[in-house]
Design a binder for this molecule. Structure first.
Ligand code: ADP
Length: 264
């Protein structure tokens, strides 16, 4: 059974939200398997349940019905193997950059203070921010904040990292730089599994091993498209590769259909 091979298996997942105006079904009959060390990107029309899906995977939300297996075992509650990077950086404004990055290690009691700081500094160095270790959030650009946001999640070595449109608010050039940074960080730890939501199809194809295309609400997996591009990838030129174009055009045809049907 695929449940035992995949790190994450979702079977017949349904999630509905009740309100005084009735019920909204965010996800319905959603099936998905994600393997260890995969970089999976997720695209779909606004409101199709992408964030709901990540909230279920990390354990912040329970499914209304269906099954969620983590490493072959039914999963309930917050999963501490899983890190979550949201669009808002949520850095603590009263902590320095360094102490934002050590926070997850402190909470989990990993290492002593010296070891925590050494690990944080090494990661900050890898993303070009060692010189900003003593700075505070308000002293950083949007791109720098997201760099810190990502390395503070990497610091405690989660097995799976969920990223919900992490580069959404950034300008095009900064996005490319951060995509490049993310690929390099992930390349150095290939067993980490990434699930990355984006509304940018170019980003989804450039980064992913597979692109999950979701249907308009209620969200289901419409198609899972493999991206047959070798790694390491050059994020700055990959869009000129004919294989990139083929995958992009194929998905776009589906996505355009879903967007015509969806009400955001
Ligand atoms: P996406 O991330 O794809 O934009 P979401 O997962 O945020 O979609 O939302 C899917 C649907 O579920 C939307 O219609 C949204 O309004 C609804 N929804 C999400 N969270 C809640 C909630 N806590 N209460 C009520 N409705 C919700």
């Amino acid at each position: 059974m695929s449940e035992t091979k995949s790190i994450i298996s979702l079977r017949g997942l349904r999630r509905a939200f009740r309100s005084p105006h009735g019920e909204t079904v965010a996800l319905e009959r959603l099936d998905l398997d994600i393997n260890e060390g995969e970089f999976v990107t997720v695209v779909g029309p606004s409101g199709c349940g992408k964030s709901t899906l990540l909230n279920i995977v990390v354990g912040l939300l329970q499914p209304s019905s269906g099954e969620y297996f983590y490493r072959g075992t039914p999963s309930r509650g917050i999963n501490r193997d899983i890190g979550y990077v949201t669009q808002a950086d949520n850095l603590f404004p009263w902590r320095t950059v360094l102490r934002n990055v050590t926070f997850g290690l402190e909470m989990r009691g990993i290492g002593d203070r010296k070891q925590q700081e050494a690990k944080a500094l090494e990661l900050l160095d890898r993303v070009g921010l060692k010189g900003f270790a003593g700075h505070y959030r308000h002293q950083l650009s949007g791109g720098m904040r997201q760099r810190v946001n990502i390395v503070r999640t990497l610091a405690y070595d989660p097995k799976v990292i969920l990223l919900d449109e992490p580069f959404g608010p950034l300008d095009a050039q900064t996005r490319l730089q951060l995509q490049d940074m993310l690929l390099k960080l992930w390349g150095a730890r290939p067993t980490t599994t990434l699930i990355f939501i984006t509304h940018d199809l170019t980003e989804a194809v450039a980064l992913g091993d597979r692109v999950v295309v979701m249907s308009a609400r209620p969200g289901r997996v419409r198609e899972v498209v493999p991206v047959p591009l070798p790694r390491p990838r050059d994020i700055f030129t990959i869009h000129t590769d004919p294989a990139f174009r083929r995958v992009y055009d194929h998905i776009w045809a589906h996505l355009a259909d879903e967007m015509k049907e969806s009400v955001a």
